[in-house]
Ligand binder design. Structure first.
Ligand SMILES: [Zn+2]
Length: 423
């Protein structure tokens, strides 16, 4: 059985040794007197849970800085979708690898992804050692007609997943893009299939005022109520954005046990609006997690930026500095994401999966250390992440990641090709 011994890690102020076996924390204590196949000396660095990024379009990393400073529908219709018309599996492979590289460097070991060619994204995930939820991406060319590329890639994803040796760290989801790109009949079918397979549904919801107004006009109800009517709102539904929710929407989300993903940076950059943290989370009691969105609308995948922005937006929206507390946001960005996918992670404890970060406590952003979580939320950035571990496998050690130069070179080459697409 694969084993890893992490010596001299600082956990809740105490120096401990941590034995990992089979990807799980087996024993944590002041002096675990055993040997392991691999020993890692943490040198007294704090060990903390990693981030679980709950909404991405990983391969859009190739479009970082490609089309900025415009609202969602103009951005989608005039820039992103035309560029994506020619996107190839090779683009997705290299773009996803670039995204995973960035996520590891910025302390995330899981991402919940929705994009073209998820079968190819699976290959990148297999190679790079992270966890992921990969969506059967569904977008319609016309109502009831699923995009041909989705059908082929989703079939290929299922076959590749069957053969995959990393099913312990990869989930398949159903990922209809949004209610304005997927028809009622298709949503209903997805709801039935997800129910039958027990898999998650991942969808954009109530991102802009226009989406809400269009739904009220077309269906006579909000996007959240429409999702419920179509049978896709349940305990395994992950709702990206949720910026514009009514009191009734919040109640419905809580009652169905669905999970909200907050992406304050993308919401701010696209001018989509302010997520109401107090109403949805503090008063509303909805399952709450954090994500980055894709690199075309952020423009990085750092969850450090996201937790801090989430805290700041909560305070700005309410005028109350006590709204959006560091402990709650830290938990949402770590354990909250893991729990939404039923992963016993986001916590350093015996029996949990061995996902962790070792933090460079001597980094100037971490000094002094009155309270570690406050530093992680309000002060730290990716330069504080020294080592990244996923399921007991060391993905970055002393800020070194195997194959980094090749991943960057491959992504640069593919991005040059995208530049030649005529908009
Ligand atoms: Zn998105």
């Amino acid at each position: 059985m694969d084993s890893l011994l992490i010596r001299n890690a600082r956990l809740d102020g105490q120096l401990v040794d941590i034995l990992v076996e089979g990807g799980v924390y087996k024993e944590i204590g002041p002096d675990v007197g055993v040997s392991a196949e691999r020993v890692l000396d943490a040198g007294g660095k704090p060990i903390v849970p990693p981030f679980y990024n709950m909404h991405t379009h990983a391969a859009m990393s190739l479009m970082r800085g490609y089309a900025d400073d415009m609202e969602l529908f103009k951005w989608l219709n005039e820039y992103i979708w035309p560029a994506e018309r020619d996107i190839s599996p090779e683009d997705v492979y290299h773009g996803t690898r670039l995204a995973i590289l960035e996520m590891i460097r910025t302390g995330s070991i899981f991402f919940n992804d929705m994009y073209w060619y998820p079968d190819v994204a699976l290959q990148a995930v297999e190679e790079m050692g992270v966890r992921a939820a990969l969506g059967r991406f569904i977008i319609e060319e016309s109502p009831g007609r699923i995009h041909r590329l989705n059908i082929e890639a989703n079939n290929s994803l299922e076959k590749a997943y069957e053969r995959s040796v990393v099913r312990d760290r990869v989930f398949l989801t159903w990922s209809p893009h949004a209610i304005y790109t997927v028809s009622e009949a298709t949503l209903r079918r997805i709801g039935e299939q997800a129910m039958a397979t027990g898999e998650h549904i991942n969808i954009h919801a109530s991102e802009t005022i226009r989406e809400v107004e269009d739904a009220l006009k077309k269906y006579g109800m909000s996007p959240i109520a429409w999702l419920d009517k179509c049978g896709v709102l349940g305990p395994k539904t992950v709702l990206a954005h949720c910026v514009h929710l009514s009191e009734a929407d919040i109640k419905l989300i809580r009652e169905r046990g669905a999970t909200v993903v907050h992406m304050p940076v993308s919401n701010a950059k696209l001018g989509s609006g302010n997520f109401n943290y107090r109403k949805v989370v503090e008063l509303g009691g909805c399952n709450f997690t954090i994500g980055t969105d894709g690199n075309a609308s952020n423009n990085n995948l750092s969850m450090f930026d996201e937790v801090k922005a989430a805290a700041l937006v909560a305070k700005l929206t309410t005028g109350d500095p006590a709204c959006g507390k560091d402990d709650a946001l830290w938990k949402a960005a770590t354990r909250g994401g893991a729990q939404a996918f039923g992963i016993n992670g986001g916590i350093i404890a015996e029996g949990a999966v061995a996902d962790a970060l070792l933090i460079d406590a001597s980094n100037v952003l971490m000094v002094p250390e009155h309270y570690l979580v406050a530093n992680m939320v309000y002060s730290a950035d990716s330069s504080c992440v020294d080592t990244v571990i996923c399921g007991g496998r060391v993905l970055m050690e002393g800020r070194r990641i195997d194959g980094e130069a090749d991943i960057i070179a491959g992504a640069r080459e593919r991005a040059q090709r995208l530049d030649r697409i005529q908009l």
